[in-house]
Design a binder for this molecule. Structure first.
Ligand SMILES: *Cc1c(COP(=O)(O)O)cnc(C)c1O
Length: 438
């Protein structure tokens, strides 16, 4: 393990130089010495901020707290801090107080889709389970800023038990996503208790954990933690790297520990103006991720949360980035670009268009190079008109293995066995007129 001069300097400023090595690797030390005010930030980094800026920033901090681990702070390039992707993700700016009319405290309606506190049940077969509302580092672009440092939303043991009971009572839930806050802020034993309880629910097939610890505090990924986690397989972990600079030697070591324990790793990146809205940066990021056995999972369009305007890019930037990835690099290095629908519609994937035209037996496509090509479809395809009588169907679905679900939405419109021919939005004035007439 090597340490940068800057890391040594930070620890010295915080006041534990004597036992630098011992403390620097202790994740609890980083949490206890998290930088939470501007004066400490200036002292520790040696950065001198302008008075006017500091005055405005202090108002931001009253609303959205500041919290940076000494480790993450040590990644800042102090000579060019204002353009630094780490600084921009960690340090508050006055723009966070600007709330535009279309912005919302809870744009994804997570609280509305919450049957019991702590659970968001949006999709048919999986739930989000908020088990912590604190993080090692407060990301300035957090979509759940409304909850950060909000004492009322710290989930207690009783609330967790209610969440577990909800999951146990809903056999359709086969996938539980532990989120927060950061679930790895919980002590190992507490997390072990939650995972054990989930594992005791027979219909929960997989558990996922979303954490930014490998990025902001990789020393949290201790041998003891990993030994505990691997007892709860199948367990998947998604992390949140936004810039290639974040993949330090310490971060890579944390990822290797998790991967060596057989935990499949994914990454969710948020597209952020001034941080990573560049094809070359995202390409470098996804390549570094796969090199470290992390599969790029989602590239998020920045949510409409309050105070994030300065971070948002046009959707075209995301499409342009996807255009530069698809075909140009390994398929598994390409994340899915999504917009999480405001109002709670869930994630909507977006891609460049590849389908140019089609006839009854031919499709015209273009590839990543701009080559236009055709795909000849079969001239005789015998469709199976499905009436959901699987017992009589020649496709041999073993009914005891069938995960039965009723088709909904567009899948329902496409089906042969349901008479629904259209979906009509609420408040459709034509339907209202019909109602009036009869
Ligand atoms: C993102 C999300 C999930 C998981 O979605 P996947 O596409 O399966 O990763 C589940 N519930 C909620 C509320 C989510 O926002």
């Amino acid at each position: 393990m090597t340490y940068s001069k800057f890391q040594r300097h930070i620890a010295e400023q915080i006041g534990s130089y004597d036992t630098f090595k011992e403390h620097w690797l202790d994740w609890r030390w980083h949490i206890q010495h998290s930088v939470r005010d501007v004066a400490t930030f200036e002292k520790v980094t040696g950065i001198k901020l302008e008075d006017e800026f500091k005055k405005n920033v202090s108002r931001t901090i009253e609303k959205f707290p500041l919290g940076i681990t000494p480790y993450y702070l040590s990644l800042i390039d102090v000579d060019d801090y204002y353009n630094d992707p780490v600084f921009k993700q960690a340090f508050p700016v006055p723009e966070e107080l600007i709330v535009e009319p279309h912005e919302m405290a809870d744009p994804l309606a997570e609280d509305q889709d919450s049957p019991v506190p702590g659970i968001t049940h949006r999709y048919p077969d999986r739930v989000l389970f908020h088990v912590s509302n604190v993080c090692a580092m407060y990301c300035r672009h957090c979509t759940r800023k409304r909850k950060v440092g909000d004492v009322d939303s710290i989930p207690g043991k009783e609330e967790i038990e209610r969440g577990l009971a909800y999951i146990a009572e809903h056999p359709e839930v086969r996938d539980v996503l532990l989120s927060g806050g950061d679930p790895l802020m919980l002590p190992d034993a507490y997390l072990d208790w939650i995972l054990t309880a989930l594992r005791n629910i027979p219909h929960v097939q997989i558990v996922r954990l979303g954490t930014r610890m490998p990025v902001v505090l990789p020393y949290r990924i201790t041998d003891e933690l990993v030994a505990m986690l691997r007892r709860h397989h199948p367990l998947w972990i998604n992390t949140h790297f936004n810039h290639p600079r974040e993949l330090t030697a310490s971060a890579r070591q944390a990822l290797a520990r998790l991967a060596d324990a057989g935990i499949p790793l994914g990454n969710q990146t948020v597209l952020l103006s001034g941080v990573n809205d560049c094809q070359r940066i995202i390409r470098s990021l996804v390549h570094k991720l796969v090199e470290n056995r992390v599969r790029p999972y989602y590239l998020y369009q920045c949510d409409l949360s309050e105070g994030l305007t300065h971070f948002r890019t046009p959707v075209g930037k995301g499409i342009e980035i996807m255009e530069s990835l698809i075909g140009h690099t390994s398929g598994f290095a390409v994340p899915t670009y999504v917009i999480d629908a405001p109002g709670g519609g869930g994630k909507i994937p977006l891609n460049p268009n590849y389908l140019i035209s089609l006839s009854t037996n031919k499709v015209v496509l273009r590839n990543f190079e701009g080559v236009i090509t055709t795909y000849q479809e079969p001239n005789s395809y015998e469709p199976i008109f499905c009436n959901r009588q699987c017992r009589d169907c020649r496709l041999q679905l073993k009914l005891e293995d069938a995960e039965e679900s009723k088709a909904t939405g567009i899948e329902l419109l496409l089906s042969d066995y349901d008479p629904t021919i259209s979906l009509t939005p609420e408040n459709n004035s034509r339907m209202e007129r019909r109602g009036e007439d009869g």
